[in-house]
Design a binder for this molecule. Structure first.
Ligand SMILES: O=C(O)[C@H]1NCC[C@@H]1O
Length: 381
């Protein structure tokens, strides 16, 4: 499927059996079955910016009846903890799926006759996500399917601002050309199921406009900024999560341009962002978990009130006249580990791109998956 152009290759059958909690399944997948991620995400089946997900029908929350399905997320680098664009895609898929062998808790989904929607609860590595999928019911069969004329929305785990106006010292070995003679970059850090650095392009020494971004140069700058941030124990201490240390890492640098893009009719304003995540993948979608992080920052800074809806664009949604932009609305203040958090409602669309079966033939070493970049780094080419 894709969400504003960002792919989600969804594994719903054929994955080896896994037991334990979702985080244990994630660890086991990483240690024993990483070859499956590489075969689906790397070339020749995938590419540098491919994204995937594995459905997990048994997790502690699914078995306790709190979630309908568990999900592991796959990136070019490894296994992420939250993904808004994939949540939107997978919840639509599950509403459309009538096969209980693939989706054992299918019969527990409820069609809300009044609102004409179905709630799907997903257990993802950062916690429980509640998605609401608009649906249409057939009067003949009584079956429903997703109604693609309305947006899907989800409420994820609490988001929070972890640090505002932090100064990141950039050592000489990590400077990039646009930095000029600056020695520090000022960033905000926020959590939206994963930790994000958020900053305007101008803070990196680039033009503030993301109308025609130099993606390669921004990728180089954000990669170096991330390395400089991670080099400081004091700055890393801002990546603290009260629940689980698996969640305590910097996932992404999000470069933003406030004001750019067409606001959705129900929203009070718009902005555009360019998200570099994992090992510098570029998100084509407006990045649901990053929207959560950016809304939490806006609330913390007093720029956004509860209930105020805002539109978030990517360079792809802007290129299509605003179609595919997400909206983000802070709906509830909450507390997380003694600090102020906010629940953010994110909405967007997802579409199917196809259904398929992948094979890796025995003895096909190249076809097991390769990353051109890693080959260049580690092997003679
Ligand atoms: O929408 C999101 O949250 C995701 N898209 C790719 C990077 C993030 O995990």
């Amino acid at each position: 499927m894709h969400t504003t152009g960002e792919p989600t290759r969804i594994v719903y059958s054929g994955f080896p059996e896994l037991h334990g909690t979702l985080l244990e399944q994630r660890a086991l997948t990483r240690s024993h079955y990483d070859y499956i991620r590489r075969s689906l995400i790397y070339e020749p089946r995938g590419h540098r910016d491919m994204y995937g997900a594995i459905l997990r029908p048994h997790t502690e929350l699914v078995d306790a009846g709190q979630a309908h399905m568990g999900v592991l997320f796959l990136t070019h680098e490894g296994y992420s903890t939250m993904c808004g664009h994939a949540t939107i895609a997978i919840s639509r898929l599950l509403v459309d799926c009538t096969d209980t062998a693939l989706f054992p808790r299918r019969d527990e989904l409820l069609f809300d006759e009044e609102k004409k929607e179905v709630e799907v609860r997903l257990h993802v590595p950062c916690g429980l996500v509640r998605a609401t999928v608009p649906a249409i019911k057939s009067s003949d069969s009584g079956n429903w399917c997703a109604d693609t004329t309305r947006t899907i929305h989800y409420l994820s785990v609490p988001s929070f601002a972890a640090g505002i106006g932090l100064s990141v010292p950039i050592p000489p070995s990590l400077r990039w050309p646009n930095l000029g003679d600056r020695e520090n970059v000022i960033v905000d850090v926020a959590y939206g199921g994963a930790f994000y650095i958020v900053l305007p392009a101008s803070a990196l020494g680039f033009s503030p406009s993301l109308a025609h971004p130099d993606i390669a140069a921004l990728s180089d700058a954000t990669k170096k900024l991330r390395a400089a941030f991670n080099a400081s124990a004091e700055l890393r201490s801002y990546l603290r999560h009260p629940d689980h240390e698996d969640l305590q890492f910097l996932y992404s640098v999000f470069v933003t341009e406030p004001g750019r893009g067409v606001p959705a009719p129900e929203s009070a304003g718009a902005e555009t962002g360019l998200c570099f995540f994992a090992d510098q993948q570029v998100d084509r979608s407006p990045t649901g978990s990053g929207v959560q992080a950016r809304v939490a920052l806006a609330v913390e800074k007093g720029e956004r009130k509860l209930g105020q809806c805002w539109t978030y664009h990517s360079i792809v949604s802007n290129a299509y006249g605003g179609k595919g932009g997400f909206t983000g609305t802070p709906v509830e203040e909450t507390e997380i580990g003694g600090r102020r958090g906010v629940r953010v409602r994110v909405s967007g669309w997802a579409n199917y791109t196809g259904f398929g079966t992948f094979v890796v033939e025995e003895g096909d070493e190249v076809g097991g998956g390769f990353s051109l970049e890693q080959l260049q780094q580690f092997s003679p080419v």
